[in-house]
Design a protein around this ligand. Sequence first.
Ligand SMILES: [Zn+2]
Length: 222
Amino acid sequence: MLHARAVDGLQKRPFRADPSPKTSRPAETRPRERKPAQGGYCPHGPHHFRRQKPPSRDKNPLDNQAARREGSAVNITLDTVKIGTYAVRVLCQLDDILLQANGFTMKFPERPNWTYRLKRDSRPAAVLLDNPETRKQLEDLGEHWRSRIHARIRKDWGERCFAPDENGHWRHPLFKASGTRFSCMHCGQAFPGAELAANLWHCPDPKCDGSPIDITPSEHPA
Ligand SMILES: [Zn+2]
């Protein structure tokens, strides 16, 4: 019975008299050749997903365009430094600097008026963290990399976003709008351009987390 069914199936298979209908198909109706998408996402399905290459390490990793694109999703290792008996990894995550070692993570935020935050984990690194000398070395290391991030941002935006023009107007780095005072959409406060520029266009209020995208030219200039 099984055999008969199998034969039956074979017989039902459509007979193709001409094996070349594919090649004789007009060019305009031929399916387009599928190429893997450049950005990793492919509308044709996961079989075309192209693995992204890890960012190559340049002489100055902060100037590496690929690394900065990748930085939106992953941590980029910038350096590994030996302090005491610990190997401390320096990472960049969305322009924040992280120092990581067995026992702790120190986060140095991109915004200049926020100090670093220390998070200890289950493997206490008291030898390093409770010793004023090594603690200072860690702080200096984090601040060094944070200042490099700031320098890169200033370079990207251009010095005209950090100095007033001849009319005393300050230029917003993202919206290209100029003014003397700007408002923060988060806290509603208005600040002079000089104060914002000094804080890399983040809200100067230490309790507010307004970033440059939340800062707009004030409608009521003082
Ligand atoms: Zn604010």
